[in-house]
Design a protein around this ligand. Structure first.
Ligand code: SME
Length: 166
């Protein structure tokens, strides 16, 4: 018996659009996007968000095992992607200097920054137990989905002074 083909990103974009319609809540929308990705994409061990809180990235909605809660801005794969404002694909996280290992079995990772008013407000992070899991098609597809999310969500809860600190 043939296994099902992995979903095409254009189908995931359509599904995400349907989930986001009429809902601007930050937690609701990012939680549903994490669930959609985790349950649709093969060989993904973790899918979720970190949000900018001062000089840290703080864990947001996700699917997968419990993860590190606070990541220093500019460090690890997530922090480096957030600092640069560019997506980052890492084929072997053990070869990435400064990688922050939340799950020791994770082998590859992709991080896509999330923007509001041209500032990075967080990142989308996906991990896999397979090495070199994420290709340029994943990067393009996930970036398209993040652009959709950016338009849909009311980001104001992240913009107040020192949200979530202390
Ligand atoms: N590995 C990430 C930390 C987040 S977890 O993968 C969920 C990093 O190096 O930033």
């Amino acid at each position: 018996m043939r296994t099902a083909d992995p979903p095409r990103y254009e189908d995931l974009v359509r599904s995400l659009g349907a989930l986001l319609i009429g809902e601007r809540d930050l937690v609701a929308d990012t939680a549903n996007m994490a669930a959609l990705l985790f349950h649709s994409l093969p060989e993904v061990s973790w899918a979720g968000f970190y949000f900018r809180r001062g000089h840290e990235l703080v864990l947001g909605p996700f699917q997968g095992p419990p993860a590190c809660i606070r990541l220093p801005w500019g460090e690890g794969v997530c922090g480096r992607s957030a600092l640069s404002g560019s997506s980052l694909r890492v084929a072997d996280v053990h070869a990435f200097p400064g990688h922050i290992a939340c799950d020791p079995m994770a082998r590859s990772e992709i991080v896509v920054p999330v923007f509001h008013d041209r500032r990075v407000v967080g990142v989308l992070d996906l991990d896999s137990y397979a090495s070199d899991r994420f290709q340029s098609a994943d990067e393009q597809g996930l970036e398209t989905m993040v652009r959709l999310l950016e338009q849909a969500v009311d980001w104001s809860p992240l913009l107040s002074p020192n949200p979530g600190s202390g």
